[in-house]
Design a protein around this ligand. Structure first.
Ligand SMILES: NC(=O)C1=CN([C@@H]2O[C@H](COP(=O)(O)OP(=O)(O)OC[C@H]3O[C@@H](n4cnc5c(N)ncnc54)[C@H](OP(=O)(O)O)[C@@H]3O)[C@@H](O)[C@H]2O)C=CC1
Ligand SMILES: C[C@H]1O[C@H](OP(=O)(O)OP(=O)(O)OC[C@H]2O[C@@H](n3cnc4c(=O)[nH]c(N)nc43)[C@H](O)[C@@H]2O)[C@@H](O)[C@@H](O)C1=O
Length: 321
């Protein structure tokens, strides 16, 4: 890719989009385009088509989506299904009709069946039922993968889907109702520690579910590095898992974050909240064989994210659905 290639990063203000933007800027790419949702509502097909005709990007990275943790996914099924279908359909179809040759679609590890064998291989897609809490989002993402695959098969274009595992890092959503587990834990443990310091009393932290599910976590700057790899190279297949290939229980994650934030009180598990998928460890061998692997350890990534959280309190206000 030439350094002046015109690259449109949809969702460039989000956690993932902003990490991709930083990476491309650091690599010397000078022709990046980004639009906020108020400047360009990607659910509006006509607006998206007008944007493509006017800007004529050469490459598109789709990091725009309705995103949220287990409870938001479960409570807002219509938004997670419909908005994601609208956003991705408009972006993918618009790119295809405007003769864009390269498109990167970002999905999620929740596209795989709830009880698939572990680690999850790309070929397990559509082999059994989905996890109920996020089936709406997963069905939209599966449609995105298949739309890109269809364009690739029928027209030979370089439309590729990358499936990241659970992500975390700077610009994450720290809203306690709608966030994913890792940013929620950073905020809960940090705020309880501050209360402990203020009152000299032990402050419990309440977490969701049983703590037994296992999750894999990838630092968002590593994902941006993987996206950059996919931009620089023509990957031979339509679908690639992106992760570390290592997971831990939610309880172990809680203990790690508790230690990093310095909280000392009790952890209470709220069993009225859902556990979700018992395990979703990615098989990352396909991407490794293509030449890319993650480099940031979980502890290092959490420490960096905690530092970002401490310095950016104005950026984690309420996130509306
Ligand atoms: N977070 C995670 O753990 C994971 C995320 N992913 C995938 O990565 C991608 C990005 O996620 P992430 O960065 O976490 O999400 P964020 O919520 O941080 O960012 C999403 C971005 O999408 C944009 N957006 C949402 N709706 C619209 C709309 N109607 N019109 C225009 N823009 C819109 C937002 O724009 P604005 O800020 O301008 O409103 C925002 O910048 C998604 O495809 C997600 O599925 C995959 C696996 C895990
Ligand atoms: C990326 C992925 O993210 C979502 O799937 P998820 O991994 O199940 O989501 P999560 O990060 O919110 O939770 C992981 C685990 O952690 C537990 N948990 C404990 N305490 C808190 C807590 O305080 N907040 C949250 N959110 N979870 C908590 C929680 O009960 C669950 O067992 C998908 O909807 C889907 O959209 C998707 O693709």
């Amino acid at each position: 890719m030439k350094k002046n290639t015109k690259i449109y990063i949809a969702g460039h203000r989000g956690m993932v989009g902003s990490a991709i933007w930083r990476k491309l800027e650091a690599e010397g790419y000078i022709n990046l385009i980004g639009k906020t949702s108020s400047e360009l509502d990607l659910r509006n097909q006509q607006a998206v088509n007008e944007f493509y005709s006017k800007e004529m990007p050469e490459v598109v990275v789709d990091a725009a989506a309705r995103v949220g943790g287990i409870l938001a996914n479960n409570d807002y099924p219509y938004q997670f299904l419909m908005e994601n279908l609208q956003i991705q359909n408009n972006l993918i179809d618009g790119a295809h009709k405007n003769n864009i040759e390269k498109f990167i679609f970002l999905g999620s590890s929740c596209i795989y069946p709830k009880l698939a064998p572990q680690p999850l291989k790309e070929e397990y897609l559509l082999t059994a039922s989905l996890e109920p809490t996020n089936q709406w989002y997963a069905i939209a993402k599966i449609a995105g993968v298949k739309t890109c695959e269809a364009i690739r098969k029928q027209f030979g274009k370089d439309f590729v889907s990358l499936m990241p595992t659970n992500l975390y890092g700077s610009h994450d959503n720290f809203d306690l109702k709608t966030s994913h587990v890792l940013p929620a834990m950073i905020r809960k443990f940090h705020e309880a520690k501050i209360r402990e310091e203020d009152t000299s009393h032990s402050e419990p932290v309440e977490l969701w579910g049983s703590g037994n599910p296992m999750r894999e976590f990838l630092f968002v700057d590593d994902l941006a590095d993987a996206v950059f790899f996919a931009l620089e190279n023509k990957l031979p297949e339509y679908l690639y898992n992106i992760g570390t290939g290592m997971d831990l229980t939610i309880k172990e994650l809680a203990e790690t974050i508790q230690k990093i934030t310095g909280h000392t009180g009790e952890i209470i598990w709220d069993s009225s909240k859902p556990d979700g998928t018992p395990r979703k460890l990615m098989d990352v061998s396909k991407m490794k064989n293509a030449g890319w692997e993650a480099t940031t350890s979980l502890e290092e990534g959490i420490k960096k994210t905690y530092q970002w959280f401490l310095g950016n309190s104005e950026k984690y206000k309420e996130v509306k659905m």
